[in-house]
Design a protein around this ligand. Sequence first.
Ligand SMILES: [Zn+2]
Length: 214
Amino acid sequence: MGDDPEVVRRNLELLAEAAGVAPASVVAVTQVHGDRVVHASDANPQTEADALWTLTAGVAVGVRTADCVPILFEDRKTGAVAAVHAGWRGVIAQIAARTVEALVAQGSDPSDLHVAIGPCIQRCCFEVDGDLPARFRGAFGDEVIAPQPGKDRVHLDLPRAVAMTLARWRVPEGQVVALPQCTHCDDRFFSHRREQGRTGRHLSFITCVPAAGL
Ligand SMILES: [Zn+2]
């Protein structure tokens, strides 16, 4: 936010070059903290959604985050890939599960999915109050709640809740990697909370390559 659009464009070009994809092939949408999953070929930058998938070789799907959880999916059998943006609203709406369902509808078996959960605001920093602790406890149990002694507020573990969602949808635990970095307390990252909204966004993307043997 507030960055020169030309600099952002150039950075995206450099990133795409380094990753060996054409900059125009990275499909991204307008993220709205919902649970809608769309096919990349039906999406444009104005499309409102928080998850994108593709089975088209050479197409990359990406999400932008700064504290929210970026989640990348890969099916090593069918070649399908997906990128998901999940803040607390998306986590509790189980957008990760909606994404598994979308991939299953395209022929994936959950046991073939490999998932990376990227840097986000972690349990150390994600302090919440109001009805959120009870809603998360109801959906995921005490495992995702870290009470803060002497405070009304608690800390939530969003990546843990995502991992639990994936396990419920039969993605093998050993195929889910969650990076430990916290965007809020590690200042190498953009953090919406730390910078009070005036910050950049990380782009997490994954490219579909032809599946082996197809
Ligand atoms: Zn932290």
